[in-house]
Design a protein around this ligand. Structure first.
Ligand code: ASP
Length: 323
């Protein structure tokens, strides 16, 4: 090797060494979203990513890795380098997919380091404007009478919209044609366009469409009404006794992140969930932000485990599987 080259090589090694020595994070962090841009999970991701950028001192870039059921993004994060530069946002799907997929290529309980819980979001039953039912009672009668024509949109097996639809169909003992999308943003477009009839989706995606009168809303899936949509009755109070679906979001990293890196991410999440702007933004969209004590690896681990134990048997009983 000629000397100038050796010099250059040594210099670049020195640079690499100093970059390694710099505390985490010294460049942007990528947050993978399992669904399409513009949808409910993406909306939560963008709010929290922006808030976390401040305490981290680096941009948190949201990257959509959409797939039916949201099963590809967790796999990508599982296989990413555990250096804190690739993290995952996901919802209840982390707890339901193990029971829904026979060949899932990640294990939520063993393949990730946990960061913490973000928020809880209720869902709403919405239909396109042309559906001729003015309330839930009429909608039930219409849907049952037209069960061979009515199409239900969701974001694939493992999505929150799939879970809610599955529970709804079982509660009313009627099956509909299901049309899967790579997220409920494209599903909402088709709902607005009249190609599909109804869906169950998070308030983070439906609130503005409901308030703008673009969709018909028949009920909310929480136990009590949502303060941001006070006129919308719960499905429970309209006769679907005990019907309750709450969607929670959380952050994960690949297994094996160095403790100081994980601690930085946890601290940034805790700062963000305390942030009044974040809390207000989520509240306006019907979501409830978790307190900082829940934005921790231990709280997420306990919640995930409890949710797997809750939904696993229910899903197995329903006999729904994807390969
Ligand atoms: N969260 C949605 C669902 O699970 C999908 C999305 O975010 O687009 O149905």
């Amino acid at each position: 090797m000629k000397l100038p080259y050796l010099g250059a090589a040594l210099l670049s090694l020195a640079f690499a060494g100093s970059a390694l020595a710099q505390p985490y994070p010294n460049r942007s962090v990528t947050m993978l979203v399992p669904y399409a841009a513009g949808g409910p999970t993406d909306t939560v991701a963008r709010v929290i990513a922006q808030a976390m950028s401040r305490p981290l001192g680096q941009t948190v870039v949201v990257e959509n890795r959409p797939s039916a059921g949201g099963i590809l993004a967790p796999e990508s994060v599982k296989n990413a380098k555990p250096d804190g530069y690739t993290i995952l946002i996901h919802h209840i799907g982390m707890a339901t997919t193990p029971a829904l997929y026979r060949k899932l290529r990640f294990n939520p309980l063993t393949d990730f380091d946990y960061i913490g819980l973000i928020n809880d979001v209720p869902m709403t039953l919405v239909a396109n404007e042309k559906v001729p039912a003015k309330d839930f009672k009429e909608f039930l009668a219409y849907a049952k009478a037209n069960k061979d024509k009515v199409a239900y949109a969701n974001a694939g097996i493992g999505a929150a919209s799939h879970l809610c639809g599955m529970l709804f169909m079982s509660a009313i003992e009627t099956q509909f044609l299901t049309v899967p999308y790579k997220g409920t943003a494209p599903a909402m477009n088709d709902l607005l366009g009249g190609q599909v009839h109804f869906m169950c989706d998070q308030t983070t995606n439906t609130t503005s469409q409901i308030k703008g009168g673009k969709v018909k809303a028949y009920g909310v899936t929480s136990k009590t009404r949502v303060p941001s949509l006070p006129d919308l009755p719960t499905l429970d109070e309209q006769g679907l006794k005990g019907f309750e679906v709450g969607i929670w979001h959380a952050l994960y990293g690949p297994k094996g992140m160095p403790k100081p890196v994980q601690d930085k991410l946890v601290a940034a999440l805790q700062e963000s969930v305390k942030d009044e702007t974040v809390k207000k933004r989520f509240a306006d969209l019907g979501a409830t932000t978790y307190p900082p004590e829940k934005a921790t690896p231990a709280a997420l681990q306990a919640h995930l485990k409890a949710e797997i134990d809750k939904w696993g048997p229910l899903i197995k009983k329903a006999g729904v599987y994807a390969d």
